[in-house]
Structure formats: structure tokens, C-alpha cells
Design a protein around this ligand. Structure first.
Ligand code: GTP
Ligand code: MG
Length: 194
């Protein structure tokens, strides 16, 4: 399968034509969204990653062959971002979720060491409102012991259940853990293999 970068969009008029099913990747700033995409597509440099938060400020669109589009959304919850930027983010993301009719699901990425934050909950509630499927992933699983990972997964799973969402998938961009399971969940939504 061929993967390629299509474009970056900082406003809706720059979105590419919605001519194929799309899956978006969202989460807090620095949580590991871009790394997760790179792991999924086996291409360490497709999406830009950085140890500094707030790296991805636009919506980046990627082609998966000719049948699927992936989008890397800018991270939320970066407190140091100027207010204007945070406002822009909100408008950009909400417009994207509301108007992108080819959007089939959003992969909501959470650090396995944290519980659901305000930004995560706000996003999950938007997805409910707009009737978009959510796939929740707990990433950086390699950073905690198996026992801790299981504990965090249970806590987040019950938080998610209260909000009306399914089981989260544990994942690591470093070890590839959870990749198969995530591909399966994505396949279920779009019917296309990665
Ligand atoms: P923004 O675009 O700034 O919002 O960040 P992002 O969510 O795209 O995060 P990015 O993929 O750039 O990763 C942030 C940092 O976390 C980088 O230093 C990555 O190497 C690291 N990282 C991401 N995923 C994992 C993981 O599964 N395990 C470990 N150990 N580190 C990870
Ligand atoms: Mg990023």
C-alpha cells in the first residue's frame, strides 16, 4: 500500500475534496498522534513527530493508497499556546468534525498513564453529538509495567463506559503493541485494509 502526504490545512477552505473515507487521529498535544500514524503505516517519517508539544498545528491529510485518507489533527490542551491559537484550534476542529461528511471515525489517543482529561471528554462528546464513531487508544504502553497498564486500562475503560464508549485499545509506537487490534477496529469502520 502506498502512503503519501496530501496537504496541511489551517482553515476549512484548504481541506482536500472529501472523495474517499477518512479516519482522523486526535488527542492531547504531545500524546503521540503522529508517532501512532507512522507506526500504523510502517513509515517512521510520514507524519512529523517531536518531543516538544504543539508541533502539529494544522490538519495534515495523508493518502492510504487510493481508498482511504488519514488525518493528523493538531493536539489540544497545550496550555502555553496563545489564546488566539487555542481559539483557532477549536473552530478548525469543530468545523472539521461537523462538516467532513466522509469522516468515518476518530481515533482518540490518550496517554496510558493519564485518565480522561477535559479536552478528551469535550472531543468525545462532540463525536457523540455529530454521530461519529470513536476508537479510543491508550498509547505509550511501553512506559509502564504490564500490571500498571492493566490498571490504567480498567480505570479508563470504566470512565469511557460512563460516557457511552467501548473498550480502549492499549498501544505502543515503540513496540508495535496494539497495532493489529487498531487496524482491525479501523477496518471494521471503513472496510479497507491498511
Ligand atoms: P503534537 O503534534 O505536538 O500534538 O504531538 P503528537 O501527539 O503528534 O506526538 P508525537 O507523535 O510527536 O510524539 C511526542 C513524543 O512522544 C515524541 O518524543 C515521541 O517519540 C514520543 N512517543 C510517541 N509515542 C510513543 C510511544 O508509544 N512510546 C514511547 N516511549 N514514546 C512515544
Ligand atoms: Mg503531531
Amino acid at each position: 500500500m502506498e502512503f503519501s502526504f496530501i496537504k496541511s490545512a489551517v482553515k476549512p477552505s484548504q481541506f482536500p475534496p472529501p472523495d474517499r473515507p477518512e479516519i482522523a487521529f486526535a488527542g492531547r498535544s504531545n500524546v503521540g498522534k503522529s508517532s501512532l500514524i507512522n507506526t500504523l503505516v510502517n513509515s517512521p517519517k510520514l507524519a512529523r513527530t517531536s518531543s516538544r508539544p504543539g508541533r502539529t498545528r494544522a490538519i495534515n491529510f495523508f493518502n492510504v493508497g487510493k481508498t482511504l485518507c488519514l488525518t493528523d489533527l493538531p493536539g489540544y490542551g497545550y496550555a502555553e499556546a496563545p489564546l488566539k491559537l487555542r481559539r483557532n484550534w477549536k473552530v478548525l476542529i469543530e468545523t472539521y468534525l461537523k462538516e467532513r461528511h466522509n469522516l468515518k471515525a476518530v481515533v482518540v489517543i490518550i496517554d496510558i498513564r493519564r485518565t480522561l482529561g477535559q479536552g478528551d471528554l469535550e472531543l468525545l462528546r462532540w463525536l457523540k453529538t455529530y454521530e461519529i464513531d470513536a476508537i479510543v487508544v491508550l498509547t505509550k504502553a511501553d512506559k509502564v509495567s504490564k500490571g500498571k497498564a492493566k490498571h490504567h486500562q480498567d480505570v479508563t475503560a470504566s470512565q469511557l463506559m460512563q460516557e457511552g464508549f467501548g473498550q480502549p485499545i492499549s498501544f505502543s509506537a515503540k513496540t508495535g503493541q496494539g497495532k493489529q487490534e487498531l487496524c482491525k477496529a479501523m477496518h471494521k469502520v471503513v472496510g479497507t485494509d491498511l
